[in-house]
Design a protein around this ligand. Structure first.
Ligand code: MHO
Length: 231
């Protein structure tokens, strides 16, 4: 359809094509991003929820928290479904992300399977301590004990899930997923725009932000109308 000259637009979104985590040589801001990793049930929902947040640069879903090598969806072993969130610390804090984490899953009861357990995989000691303090405060405030576990994430502790699990909400929106995959190619999973749209089609994000983003994108009219229908 004569679209070879079209390139994905990443309006006002920084460093969107850098590998994940963002490369240090990137000249675009944010200069420094941070990463958080959460297990909070099926990872499709949190992928969309975090992806819609201003200040989130990238999301990815995967498997972590276990010991067995090379987990996959049908051979999960002792791993758990997790979402990994890369964010700009000038716009969002780790505490903000923890608010979203605890507000959006059933942390007070143990999950039926380890696959879906409530867990925070801390990337450093500071995160670990923050989660411990916040979990204590949560328990005190609610009078409930939290099933949320806190573990340290090893350097190679996260395994990216299969493509069809990434940005699931968007992929399962007819027309839209195909168009964006074609447009973004290998950068689909790591794109900030794709993360936002994935969140927006799941019902997250304010209307004005959705419309602003749509207006900046060069998408087929059928895709635009399908997105609007789900917004
Ligand atoms: N209930 C969902 C869970 C999928 S999730 C990636 C399903 O099986 O359809 O664990």
């Amino acid at each position: 359809m004569g679209r070879t000259d079209r390139t994905p637009v990443e309006p006002a979104l920084r460093d969107s094509d850098a590998p994940f985590p963002s490369s240090e040589s990137a000249s675009t801001s944010p200069n420094e991003t941070r990463t958080a990793t959460f297990g909070m049930g099926c990872f499709w929902g949190p992928d969309a929820r975090f992806g819609a947040l201003e200040g989130v640069v990238r999301t990815r879903v995967g498997y972590a928290g276990g010991t067995e090598p090379e987990p996959s969806y049908y051979a999960l072993g002792d791993h758990t479904e997790v979402v990994q969130v890369e964010y700009d610390p000038d716009e969002l804090s780790y505490d903000d992300l923890l608010d979203v984490f605890w507000a959006n899953h059933r942390w007070a009861s143990s999950a039926p399977k380890r696959q879906y357990r409530s867990v925070v995989l801390a990337h450093d000691d500071e995160q670990f301590e923050t989660v411990r303090r916040r979990r204590g405060a949560l328990e005190e405030r609610t009078g409930q004990s939290a099933a949320t576990e806190i573990e340290s994430l090893a350097d190679d502790g996260f395994t990216l899930a299969e493509d069809y699990h990434q940005k699931y909400e968007l992929r399962s929106t007819p027309v839209v997923g195909d168009e964006l995959e074609a447009l973004y190619g290998d950068t689909f999973v790591d794109s900030t725009v794709v993360a936002r749209l994935n969140g927006f089609v799941a019902g997250h994000g304010a209307t004005d932000r959705r419309e602003t983003l749509l207006a900046e994108l060069d998408l087929e009219p059928t895709v635009i109308s399908e997105l609007r229908r789900r917004f």
